[in-house]
Ligand binder design. Structure first.
Ligand SMILES: *[C@@H]1O[C@H](CO)[C@@H](O)[C@H](O)[C@H]1NC(C)=O
Ligand SMILES: *[C@@H]1O[C@H](CO)[C@@H](O)[C@H](O)[C@H]1NC(C)=O
Ligand SMILES: *[C@@H]1O[C@H](CO)[C@@H](O)[C@H](O)[C@H]1NC(C)=O
Ligand SMILES: *[C@@H]1O[C@H](CO)[C@@H](O)[C@H](O)[C@H]1NC(C)=O
Ligand SMILES: *[C@@H]1O[C@H](CO)[C@@H](O)[C@H](O)[C@H]1NC(C)=O
Ligand SMILES: *[C@@H]1O[C@H](CO)[C@@H](O)[C@H](O)[C@H]1NC(C)=O
Ligand SMILES: *[C@@H]1O[C@H](CO)[C@@H](O)[C@H](O)[C@H]1NC(C)=O
Ligand SMILES: *[C@@H]1O[C@H](CO)[C@@H](O)[C@H](O)[C@H]1NC(C)=O
Ligand SMILES: *[C@@H]1O[C@H](CO)[C@@H](O)[C@H](O)[C@H]1NC(C)=O
Ligand SMILES: *[C@@H]1O[C@H](CO)[C@@H](O)[C@H](O)[C@H]1NC(C)=O
Ligand SMILES: *[C@@H]1O[C@H](CO)[C@@H](O)[C@H](O)[C@H]1NC(C)=O
Ligand SMILES: *[C@@H]1O[C@H](CO)[C@@H](O)[C@H](O)[C@H]1NC(C)=O
Length: 536
């Protein structure tokens, strides 16, 4: 495997013989770091990683030659967290941290960085298995580990181990995560602005308290299950198809993709039952529910709580934690957050009011919300942040990404800081949560962002055939940090076949608020026939 980034080769003998528990334990002991090396193994090229802990997490395959270790460290608060490290034989002198994505050490996303030659780390954020498993949250210090501490410490101890192994500090440090990992990315930029030179925050669930309550709030629009105003789940795709039928042409190009959901006006009349109700129309009360689904959560005193899902997200409404059928699922992550983290038992739908939101904000266990909008320290450290979202995301609505951008811009502007100096925001038309697109749209969503490659395969990295800064968001970030070239667009790709990764369609995704517009002639699957334009 080769990397487009320059590589520094470690002598093969040293790479293999020094990949031992003793070597790394000696580094840690000499440094006075309270940690145990629990695993160390050298892998030859093309091996399949064997997770030392048997979990549901996917194991990466077809690795480049690397040393892999796992460390179990103790915090000053006496809690424990584990992290993994990949130290490639051919190192590109960079450090890459893959966020925790809700379940244990994220070896598969670490391997995406490894394949480029990054020394890569990831932490379990202080508990074994899934966030929702076990009883780890009973210790408030463990909630701190989950919320921010384990990521920061992994960055400190991880960089130390990299320097010890190669005899050289990493030249550049990068962090990337999606969803709850996107929240971790935002948290790093806010709480530890010196940790990373470049951060990718994808579809971040950054406002933990509001996000989790909103997920529950929208399920209550359908409650109680089976009532007159609840929309049957079988209607979601019917609504989605009608919305595409109307919105697709309104964006100026009929191609199945809703490119500008915010600019679309939907006439709901074609969905309304005329006379007798049947399985493909909505009654008046159901239509009222639909209006609420497409509206922000705003409390009676006009307090804004959260953004709404957008046109084009309907195909995801049936998924766990999303709009659903009106039953508030006890297994859902949102319920877990409310009950276990916030400590509210015996929850009912009518409890979802401003008082509860205020209580959640005041409590915010572990300070996990990444809602410190003052990114001035991050900017002053010279770091860069790429933030992106999918327009068809029904799990974390894209409007909350726009809200973050606007709040952040308004916070740093009075300090004389222009967000363009260090921040780019992209909204990917037709992309669902972190990855994927409705089969009715086939939008070019893939930019090799956090969790995207691993969602498709255990050996994929980058954009096959297009491993460059125009198509791959990680390389776009590297190009910005190291070459001072900010991305004005990133080209999204669509794989016609998720086995062979043959690309049939590409299109620029423009830095917000610009949008990609068809020039009017030429193949609509070809990037060159689009340009980034300001539409408002
Ligand atoms: C690393 O490997 C080399 C070559 O095998 C050896 O000389 C050196 O002592 C090793 N370093 C450590 C810290 O084990
Ligand atoms: C441990 O390593 C860190 C990072 O290199 C360094 O700042 C610190 O001084 C070291 N501590 C000791 C006791 O060597
Ligand atoms: C790499 O390993 C896979 C199995 O995981 C195998 O199919 C493939 O042929 C191997 N490639 C090389 C170059 O050895
Ligand atoms: C994970 O694996 C390591 C190494 O095999 C072991 O020491 C550790 O106890 C395991 N942790 C859990 C929670 O199983
Ligand atoms: C880490 O070490 C602590 C203390 O020895 C132990 O209780 C815990 O199970 C270990 N965790 C892992 C994941 O190995
Ligand atoms: C109901 O009637 C309106 C007005 O005539 C029409 O536009 C709409 O398509 C009809 N709806 C259905 C579901 O047929
Ligand atoms: C449902 O009713 C509408 C009119 O309200 C009609 O246009 C449509 O064809 C009906 N669909 C089915 C499956 O009966
Ligand atoms: C949700 O609906 C889509 C079709 O729109 C279907 O492909 C998918 O399997 C459904 N998911 C669940 C969890 O029911
Ligand atoms: C409604 O959704 C819940 C949670 O997903 C599920 O357990 C239940 O079976 C659903 N009800 C129906 C009638 O499908
Ligand atoms: C929840 O409700 C049950 C049954 O009504 C009651 O026994 C329990 O004390 C309640 N728990 C809390 C924390 O209020
Ligand atoms: C940075 O610039 C150099 C020189 O032009 C180029 O070779 C390299 O590919 C660029 N880095 C990225 C990540 O694009
Ligand atoms: C564009 O790509 C789609 C696949 O999403 C394909 O069906 C269509 O034929 C392509 N159009 C052209 C002009 O190649």
């Amino acid at each position: 495997m080769k990397s487009i980034l320059p590589l520094l080769a470690v002598p093969a003998v040293a790479a293999a013989t020094n990949c031992s528990i003793e070597t790394f334990q000696a580094y840690l002991d000499a440094n006075g770091t309270n940690a145990q090396v629990v695993y160390a193994r050298h892998y030859a090229e093309n091996a399949t990683f064997v997770n030392p802990n048997v979990t549901a997490v996917e194991n990466p395959t077809e690795l480049p030659a690397t040393c892999a270790i796992q460390v179990n460290a103790t915090t000053d608060a006496g809690t424990h967290y584990s992290f993994g490290v990949f130290l490639p034989d051919n190192w590109n002198e960079r450090f890459f941290h893959a966020a925790q994505e809700g379940a244990d050490i994220n070896w598969v996303d670490m391997a995406v960085g490894l394949r480029y030659g990054f020394a890569s780390v990831a932490t379990d954020t202080g508990h074994f298995g899934s966030d929702m498993g076990g009883t780890w949250w009973e210790n408030p210090q463990s909630i701190n580990d989950w919320a921010w501490r384990a990521n920061h410490l992994t960055s400190v101890v991880g960089k130390f181990l990299v320097e010890s192994f190669y005899g050289q500090k990493p030249k550049y440090n990068y962090f990337a995560g999606c969803s709850t990992g996107g929240r971790q990315a935002m948290k790093e930029s806010q709480a530890f602005p010196m940790d990373y030179d470049g951060i990718i925050s994808a579809c971040p669930a950054w406002w933990t308290t509001h996000q989790q309550l909103w997920n529950l709030w929208q399920t209550t629009l359908q409650a109680p299950e089976g009532s007159e105003h609840s929309i049957p789940m079988s209607m979601f795709s019917v609504i989605g198809e009608e919305v595409i039928r109307q919105c697709d042409p309104q964006d100026g190009l009929v191609d199945g993709v809703i490119s500008d959901p915010l600019g679309c006006n939907v006439d709901y009349l074609p969905l309304l039952c005329n006379g007798t109700q049947n399985s493909s129309c909505l009654t008046g009360p159901q239509l009222d529910t639909l209006h609420k689904i497409y509206s922000d959560w705003v409390e009676a005193d006009q307090t804004f709580v959260y953004s709404h899902v957008e046109y084009g997200s309907e195909f995801m409404w049936n998924e766990s934690g999303n709009i659903g059928n009106g039953s508030v699922g006890n297994e859902a992550e949102q319920y877990w957050y409310l009950q276990e983290i916030l400590g509210i038992s015996n929850f009912t739908a009518s409890d979802l009011n401003l008082k509860l939101v205020e209580y959640a904000d005041k409590t915010d266990p572990g300070n996990s919300s990444a809602n410190d909008f003052n990114l001035a320290p991050f900017y002053k450290s010279g770091a860069k942040l790429i933030h992106y979202h999918g327009h068809s995301d029904a799990t974390v609505p894209p409007g909350i990404g726009i809200y973050f951008r606007d709040q952040m811009a308004a916070t740093v502007a009075p300090q004389g800081i222009d967000i363009d100096e260090f921040y780019r925001f992209f909204i990917i038309p037709g992309m669902e949560h972190c990855s994927g697109t409705p089969s009715t749209m086939n939008a070019p969503w893939y930019i090799a962002g956090p969790t995207q490659a691993s969602a498709l395969s255990s050996s994929l990295y980058g954009v096959p055939g297009y491993r460059d800064a125009k198509h791959d968001v990680l390389l776009a970030l590297v190009n910005w940090v190291e070459n001072d070239t900010a991305p004005e667009y990133i080209i999204g790709s669509f794989f016609d076949d998720d086995e062979t990764f043959s690309i049939t369609k590409q299109r620029p995704i423009c830095a917000y608020p610009k949008q990609a517009k068809y020039k009017g002639s030429g193949d609509i699957n070809d990037t060159d026939n689009f340009e980034c334009k300001l539409l408002f």
